[in-house]
Write a protein that binds this ligand. Structure first.
Ligand code: GYE
Length: 325
């Protein structure tokens, strides 16, 4: 079969057109190539954490970022394994919420050698070489501790004391446990009427808080004037333990907590918790915009702080309907 010169030219033009199109589509695709983010989460220990995970997942979907997610079940070795696997998979960015502050240098050096930028979220780490991560996005836990301390000072300003404090600490070695403790000490240390008579970790869980509180009640009973719980889940566990022992949390024992979750607000509205220092888990959108900036080569501040406040029991009922986590 013979074809005319004109037809042949048309065929060639069509082919060129098609291949140009394909090329254009290909380069557009390359330009908005999906960023892959490997995220190593602490675990699922608390309502705060569940809200944080949800925030990270939904913000990644909104930002069209391909998210690889792992849950370390509160174990540093699991987080290290997850980070190593993200390095092996050559993800574009690694983000993680470090379960504890120390021990991160080796794995972060591996990420650096693989030229994969690392973003810290929620919890900070203790490293000399700050070039091991790009930025840290999250709360100032020291300031949260101070806020709790200042509320306590104010609450007892006309009281001679003693004010015996039982402290339910978060996960041993974690930034929020270390700093919420130190922030409190910084504020109350010069006033001898405040005494921390017991201090133990409940690992940020409701069951842990309840168990530790039961032990505190056995040893100190009615001597306890105030419970300083490093998060709402432990405070809720402690409230259960106190009620089971016939005590009246929020009335004869002051309860100070952190996070300001719906559970905390419900306890305040029921008169069982006196104050909740806010700590926002809704870090997903900030994290995704930082991930995009890092990939685009834009400079980022070393520290991105979350804005937070303090909620006393008196505002709980009215504020509860607006709480997002
Ligand atoms: O307060 C607690 C969670 O790191 C700020 O971890 C977070 C803490 C939060 O388990 O509920």
């Amino acid at each position: 079969m013979t074809i005319s010169r004109r037809t042949a030219l048309r065929v060639i033009a069509a082919c060129v057109g098609a291949s140009t199109l394909t090329l254009a589509a290909f380069s557009a695709q390359a330009q908005d190539r999906k960023i892959t983010l490997g995220f190593a989460q602490v675990g699922a220990e608390s309502a705060w954490r569940t809200a944080n995970t949800e925030s990270v997942k939904s913000a990644a979907a909104d930002a069209k970022i391909n998210l690889k997610f792992s849950d370390a079940q509160q174990k540093q070795e699991n987080q290290i394994k997850a980070i190593r696997s993200y390095i092996a998979q050559k993800v574009d960015v690694i983000a993680f919420s470090p379960v504890v502050e120390s021990g991160w240098e080796p794995v972060l050096l591996e990420a650096k050698a693989a030229k994969i930028p690392v973003i810290l979220t929620d919890r900070n780490i203790d490293v000399k070489d700050k070039s091991l991560y790009v930025t840290m996005i999250g709360s100032d836990f020291m300031e949260e501790g101070r806020r709790g301390g200042r509320w306590i000072e104010d609450h007892y300003k006309n009281d001679k004391g003693p004010v015996n404090i039982a402290e339910l600490q978060g996960t041993v070695g974690s930034a929020p446990a270390n700093d919420r403790h130190s922030g409190l000490i910084e504020v109350i240390k010069n006033d001898p009427k405040f005494k921390i008579i017991a201090s133990q970790s409940g690992d940020f869980t409701l069951a842990g808080g309840k168990q530790v509180m039961e032990a505190f009640i056995k040893t100190y009973g009615n001597k306890i004037n105030l419970v300083y719980a490093h998060n709402d889940d432990m405070a809720l566990g402690a409230i259960q333990a106190m009620e089971e022992a016939g005590m009246h949390p929020g009335k004869d024992v002051t309860v100070v907590s952190f996070d300001a979750t719906k559970g905390g607000f419900q306890a305040m509205a029921a008169g069982k918790m006196n104050v909740d220092v806010e700590c926002s888990p809704l870090l997903g959108p900030q994290l995704m915009s930082a991930v995009k900036d890092v990939v685009a080569g834009k400079p980022l501040p070393k520290r991105i702080l979350t804005e937070e406040t303090v909620f006393p029991m008196s505002v709980a009922a009215q504020t509860l309907p607006t709480r997002k986590y």
